[in-house]
Design a protein around this ligand. Structure first.
Ligand code: SF4
Length: 145
């Protein structure tokens, strides 16, 4: 059976990041040739616009620098991403490093000062809770070298 993978949409070149840019990784796509990819941007799925102010996880909430709470949108987007992963029975997820939605293993600490802490984004938490293997794009590339 063809391998299928959930992937952060910005990594396949969709211009869905908070700054209106994508994060296309040709190295990643080359390694994933022959793999069926299901791209999702949980922040956009949750109803957030492009571009949008950046957000970080602080405690149990996802906030913007002005303290605006965008947790509901992040939760809705994570639910949509999880539903896609389950529907397509993906074998794993490759997720954009450090994002408050897609981060895997490391996220910013909610102070908007560039400080990293251990943790996962909101979608990654949902995927892991369902037993889906998650890896960041950086880890995936490093482990394939
Ligand atoms: S939410 Fe995920 S897919 Fe969307 S821009 Fe951020 S890192 Fe990329």
């Amino acid at each position: 059976m063809e391998k299928s993978v959930l992937i952060s949409a910005c990594l396949v070149g969709e211009s869905c990041r908070y700054d209106g840019q994508g994060k296309l990784s040709n190295d990643l796509l080359e390694l994933l040739q022959g793999t069926k990819l299901f791209a999702v941007c949980p922040e956009v799925e949750g109803g957030l616009p492009i571009p949008r102010p950046p957000a970080e996880i602080k405690g149990e909430k996802v906030i913007r620098a002005n303290a605006e709470d965008v947790t509901p949108q992040f939760k809705a987007g994570a639910k949509a991403g999880l539903e896609l992963a389950l529907k397509e029975q993906v074998s794993m997820a490759i997720l954009k490093s450090r994002s408050p939605a897609c981060g895997c293993g490391q996220i910013y600490d909610g102070s908007f000062s560039g400080v990293l802490i251990k943790g996962d984004g909101i979608l990654t938490r949902e995927l892991k809770a369902m037993g889906i293997e998650c890896i960041s794009d950086e880890e995936f590339l490093n482990s394939s070298r």
